[in-house]
Write a protein that binds this ligand. Structure first.
Ligand SMILES: CC(C)(COP(=O)(O)OP(=O)(O)OC[C@H]1O[C@@H](n2cnc3c(N)ncnc32)[C@H](O)[C@@H]1OP(=O)(O)O)[C@@H](O)C(=O)NCCC(=O)NCCS
Length: 190
């Protein structure tokens, strides 16, 4: 599927939109150690070049519909008429249109934590995954057991713990335990 328009999702505290290369500086600045240590694929330190490479791969992932990476715009501290600030990213990754499933990944810059941003982003992206546009049936997320804030935002959005896996992650320098969380479209109908 190519040449489709990038979706724009609107919430109360955030809008989700396509990344542009203009976001590279913000992303590199926001990707601190305390953010990247909870992610599986992000190097530390994180440079502007890393951010540019991420944005370019986000565009090609969308063209091949293997992943959809949204820039998170926060409405909280913006003045009317000003551009909204990019405060993080949320992605549907490993999109499998045959088996109708995808994985969820997200991060928010530290100075914006605990403002309800991730909670709303996850709600928006799950709604989008199950919408008539993608028609997925299942969304999964993997989280380190010590990442209590992330577990909280998954559970708040109806995701259920399905088990624990122990896997090798090159960025983490070895094997790590992760909890697998899942939501199925049928959970929404109950
Ligand atoms: C996890 C993360 C995305 C949460 O983003 P956020 O915008 O701060 O999330 P929200 O403000 O919507 O919600 C945070 C919730 O966690 C709770 N929380 C925060 N720290 C907590 C802790 N140490 N223990 C338990 N709960 C905690 C908050 O109280 C809040 O819950 P509530 O709204 O029910 O009170 C953010 O901390 C982050 O980017 N972390 C680093 C990257 C990461 O972990 N990504 C996810 C990988 S699976």
């Amino acid at each position: 599927m190519t040449c489709r328009d990038f979706p724009k999702l609107f919430g109360i505290v955030v809008n989700l939109r396509e990344f542009s290369l203009n976001d590279a500086e913000d992303i590199a600045h926001l990707m601190s150690y305390n953010v990247s240590k909870y992610l599986y694929e992000v190097p530390n330190p994180y440079t502007i070049e890393d951010a540019i490479n991420f944005i370019k791969s986000a565009h090609s992932d969308f063209n091949s519909l293997t992943a959809i990476h949204f820039a998170i715009e926060y409405k909280g501290k913006s003045e009317p008429g000003n551009n909204l600030v990019c405060v993080g990213a949320i992605s549907l990754k490993n999109i499998d249109l045959v088996n109708k499933k995808a994985n969820l990944g997200y991060w928010i810059g530290e100075q914006y934590w605990n403002s309800g941003i991730a909670s709303e982003c996850i709600r928006l992206i799950i709604d989008y995954a199950f919408s008539t546009e993608l028609e997925l049936k299942e969304v999964s997320a993997y989280v380190f057991p010590e990442n209590k804030a992330s577990i909280q935002v998954l559970e708040k959005n109806g995701m259920k713990k399905k088990g624990e896996v122990n896997e090798y992650h090159q960025m983490c320098g070895g094997y790590r335990n992760s909890l697998k969380y899942v939501i199925q479209e049928s959970d929404r109908e109950r």
